[in-house]
Ligand binder design. Structure first.
Ligand code: FAD
Length: 273
């Protein structure tokens, strides 16, 4: 299918993008276009105007700042995967980005687009929830607010992001201890049937799951069992508690419930080794 007709504006700055968004209630931001354009082709969404922020280089950076790595929202998956700072200070982000889709998707797709799109099957949202990342959001008149990743994803394709707000930066706390990102797919380059991100830090172990509900989900029962002293293999048996996995042509909910326990067990062993 081809998309419904729409206007197009190339943003010259963040402020310009905000102006266009505020002038047109049906306008949408366009970053890499690798989630939005497919939806437009299916006519699931019909924005009257696309505000293309793809050329805003001020939103494309990765830099170490104090206790976190700051990532501009327009940073491409390919850049995340190959960045020396991330590989050293937060390798789980680089690793997860390197396994998104295919090279074309990684060269066009952005971390900000992936986060804003809030697809529960996406890789980076689950990783950022496990890392307890923070999102910097620019609103009207330049006002900035910060949202915790754990509160940001509110439902299926629904995030704590108002229509005229722009996600500008992702802040990833630097953790020096272990990590694991496991993405279970039936074919290379598929979306995760189930994904698991586990991070072991000074405060304990955090585990987040992709494609096990309407949002990326913290495996709270697993974390609690580990904190209580259970060994990883016992804690992992609680990985499906509090989840609501989908059933689709790749696997039904029961299959995912069994699978997630196995994957969490493996992820914990790797993160804690
Ligand atoms: C064939 C294919 C395979 C893929 N495989 C995977 C995969 O294995 N794993 C995975 O995680 N993802 C996968 N993706 C999705 C890919 O990672 C997308 O690029 C990403 O989800 C969206 O990023 P984008 O920059 O393309 O966003 P866009 O499509 O441009 O935008 C997505 C949404 O976010 C909004 N938005 C974008 N940027 C901002 C911002 N800065 N502030 C506020 N709102 C914003 C847009 O308005 C739109 O609603 C795949 C995509 C394709 C086409």
């Amino acid at each position: 299918m081809i998309p419904a007709p729409f206007e197009y504006a190339r943003a010259r700055s963040i402020e310009h993008a905000m102006e266009v968004l505020q002038d047109d209630e049906e306008a949408k931001l366009l970053a890499g276009g690798h989630s939005l354009i497919p939806l437009m082709k299916l006519r699931f969404v019909r924005p009257s105007m696309l505000v293309d922020i793809g050329a805003l280089h001020e939103l494309r950076y990765i830099r170490r700042e104090d206790d976190h790595v700051a990532i501009g929202a327009l940073t491409r998956h390919h850049d995340l995967a190959n960045d020396a700072v991330l590989q050293r200070d937060c390798p789980i982000v680089a690793d997860a980005a390197s396994r998104i889709g295919d090279p074309q998707v990684r060269h066009m797709g952005t971390i900000g687009g992936s986060v804003a799109h809030a697809d529960p099957a996406s890789d980076l949202p689950a990783v950022l929830v496990a890392l307890q990342a923070a999102f910097v959001i620019r609103g009207a008149a330049g006002a900035e607010r910060i949202a915790a990743a754990g509160d940001f994803f509110q439902g299926l394709f629904t995030a704590d992001l108002a229509r005229a707000e722009i996600l500008t930066e992702i802040r990833v706390p630097v953790r020096t201890a272990g990590w694991s990102f496991i993405k279970f797919t039936r074919r290379a380059q598929d979306w995760a049937l189930v994904g698991v991100a586990a991070v072991a830090g000074p405060g304990g172990v955090t585990v987040a799951l992709a494609n096990m509900g309407q949002t990326p989900i913290r495996a709270a029962a697993v974390e609690a069992r580990l904190a209580a002293g259970d060994p990883p293999e016992t804690a992992a048996l609680h990985a499906d508690e509090g989840t609501a996995p989908p059933s689709d042509s790749f696997g039904d909910a029961e299959y995912r419930r069994g699978l997630v326990k196995v994957l969490v067990g493996r992820a914990l062993v790797e993160a804690l080794s």
